[in-house]
Design a protein around this ligand. Structure first.
Ligand code: C2E
Ligand code: MG
Ligand code: MG
Ligand code: MG
Length: 294
């Protein structure tokens, strides 16, 4: 009986594995198709500087509208793209598309001149030898200077191979491209490693911000990250600010930049441009109102 049960279990297991493999292949095909058919687009989320109550840049976020399944969140399709290797193509498309958009904004209004585009880089892209040329090509193609681009990499991407990561970062930093460490606090970089990284910004992970009020330990973590960043001469962006009390605490902790639904959700390039066009007056007032209320 035990043998039989074992055999059955094995059968169930392989069937499920097969199903998963087929699912994965289908999704890979759909993704490849989707890239050609225009099912992907980029959403732009404003990054705000608290000091001047102003938008200083946007994060480019990948969106995929599957023809049958509707919107699939990046938390689902990015890992699949990484596993299949398609992330190189998708990532390249996101980079070109978001820089094309920024260049277009800049043609339409001088207000867009000082803005940066912050683009997520997967660890798989990070390891590619053609990374530098891909990035520099994307910039020159749009006539943008390197300081219009910020690349977001996670601690874990760096920690996969710290020596090589430091080399790559140094090389691109020398060409004027700036880096943020994304989801900071969720990885395992040591202080000495952090000190060696030529990065400009730490983005404090949303999980710490969301639990800041309910859990004093999280408040202490955010406080420590901000102090750490400042002592290393880095700027800080708090991710996922949703509530006035979070903003209030962040202002008290002298966090200079925020990004979150309390200010703006990711939006279409048209809406983002509209925001930039209005930003000299009304958006600054709106931000100030929110800061006063916090
Ligand atoms: P991330 O890079 O940390 O991006 C921030 C995520 O937080 C975005 O989710 C954004 O919509 C969400 N967010 C921003 N403010 C708030 C808030 O106040 N509340 C809440 N609940 N969420 C907020 P999204 O767009 O679903 O992306 C999830 C993750 O997928 C990203 O996290 C990033 O790791 C990955 N991703 C997205 N686009 C790309 C891409 O083009 N390339 C790569 N490699 N990864 C990407
Ligand atoms: Mg990011
Ligand atoms: Mg992030
Ligand atoms: Mg995050």
């Amino acid at each position: 009986r035990a043998k039989e049960a074992g055999r059955n279990r094995f059968k169930v297991f392989t069937n499920r594995m097969l199903e998963t493999a087929v699912d994965q292949l289908t999704m890979e095909n759909d993704m490849r198709h989707g890239l050609e058919e225009g099912d992907f687009h980029v959403a732009y989320q404003p990054i705000m500087q608290l000091g001047g109550s102003d938008i200083i840049g946007f994060e480019a976020l990948a969106r995929w509208k599957h023809p049958d399944r509707g919107n699939i969140p990046p938390a689902e399709f990015i890992p699949m793209a990484e596993e299949s290797g398609l992330i190189s193509q998708i990532g390249k498309w996101i980079l070109f598309e978001s820089l094309r958009t920024l260049a277009q904004w800049q043609k339409q209004t001088p207000d867009a001149k000082g803005l940066f585009m912050s683009v997520n880089l997967s660890s798989k892209q990070f390891a590619r030898i053609d990374l530098d040329s891909m990035i520099l090509n994307a910039l020159t193609e749009q006539g943008l200077s390197p300081d219009s681009l910020k690349l977001e990499i996670t601690e874990s991407a760096i920690m996969e191979n710290p020596e090589s990561a430091i080399r790559i970062l140094n090389r691109l930093r020398a060409k004027g491209i700036r880096f943020s460490i994304d989801d900071f606090g969720t990885g395992y970089s040591s202080l000495s490693q952090l000190q060696q990284l030529p990065v400009d910004t730490l983005k404090v992970d949303r999980s710490f911000i969301s639990r800041m009020k309910t859990d004093p330990e999280n408040m202490e973590i955010v406080k420590a990250v901000i102090a750490l960043a400042h002592s290393l001469d880095l700027s800080v962006i708090a991710e996922g600010v949703e509530k006035p009390d979070q903003l209030h605490s962040l202002m008290q902790l002298k966090c200079e930049c925020v990004q979150g639904f309390y200010f703006h959700e990711p939006m279409s390039s048209e809406n983002a441009l509209e925001l930039v066009l209005r930003r000299t007056t009304s958006t600054r007032d709106q931000t100030e109102q929110k800061m006063t209320r916090a």
